[in-house]
Design a protein around this ligand. Structure first.
Ligand code: PGA
Length: 250
């Protein structure tokens, strides 16, 4: 694990953006795994800035998103498909046919999950997978107790995840209780992983991910076994780590 401790969230986000930029410059036809959530919003704003001001081109990029709420169509205002268009896809030159999103309203979610795995294999796998970190240690919607070898499938959301994401839903839009998510095994197959975790709420999960035993209680701890993982933190997120980490210079 390569761990970067940044002075603040803005520096951490810029560093994560630079990792994506370098990947695309190395390989313009990169296959990128995208994540959603509050942390990623600033990162996508940074990628849009790089596209506009540093000519970062997404023309050859193919993308696969980590997860989607079960039961929501891609056009639903609370779907992660809608989130991705709103926060990234509508603002960069990615080709619509290169975008891969799980269909939350698929007639048969099991078939959808298997087809998604096949689509990832058909492009020779994911070059760089972006990850956020759940307060409970989840990656994607791989909640605590997920098999560390799991593949794309339907998962029931944990109560603490439902509580953390409740803020996005109002009384008239009920919060889905299940999701389609890439599995932990699927994530571990990515050639490179970039994890961005910010703020004090993530401090426990960060400590378990980096220093804890590998366990299904803290799914992100499996990243200790990944050969090319970069973890980018701000000081509040790093505060429970026992090990000393040098500051990032960007
Ligand atoms: P957040 O979510 O960025 O909104 O904190 C991260 C996650 O749950 O994976």
């Amino acid at each position: 694990m390569k761990i970067f401790l940044c002075v603040d969230a803005a520096q951490a986000t810029a560093l994560a953006g630079a990792q994506v930029q370098q990947q695309i410059m190395r390989k313009p036809e990169s296959v990128l795994g995208f994540a959603t959530g509050g942390t990623m919003e600033a990162l996508y704003a940074e990628l849009i800035r790089l596209h506009r001001h540093q000519a970062l081109s997404f023309a050859g990029v193919r993308s696969f998103n980590l997860d989607e709420y079960l039961g929501l169509s891609g056009t639903h205002s609370h779907s992660y498909s809608h989130y991705m268009h709103q926060h990234l896809f509508d603002h960069v030159n990615i080709q619509p046919q290169h975008i891969h999103l799980l269909q939350g309203d698929a007639a048969d979610p099991v078939v959808e999950a298997q087809a998604y795995e096949q689509r990832i294999q058909a492009v020779d796998g994911i070059d760089l997978q972006l990850l956020g970190l759940g307060e409970n240690g989840h990656i994607g919607f791989n909640e605590p107790s997920s098999s560390l070898a799991s593949r794309t499938r339907v998962k029931r959301l944990a109560p603490d995840t439902l509580a953390a994401n409740q803020r996005y839903f109002s009384a008239d839009i009920s919060q889905p209780t299940h999701a389609l998510t890439m599995g932990i095994g699927t994530i571990m197959d990515a050639r490179q992983v970039v994890m961005l975790a910010l703020g004090a709420k993530k401090a426990d999960a960060v400590a378990h991910m980096i220093e804890g035993p590998i366990s299904a209680r803290w799914p992100a701890s499996v990243l200790q076994m990944h050969p090319q993982t970069t973890v980018i933190l701000d000081a509040p997120a790093a505060q429970h780590l026992a090990c000393q980490i040098g500051r990032a210079h960007v």
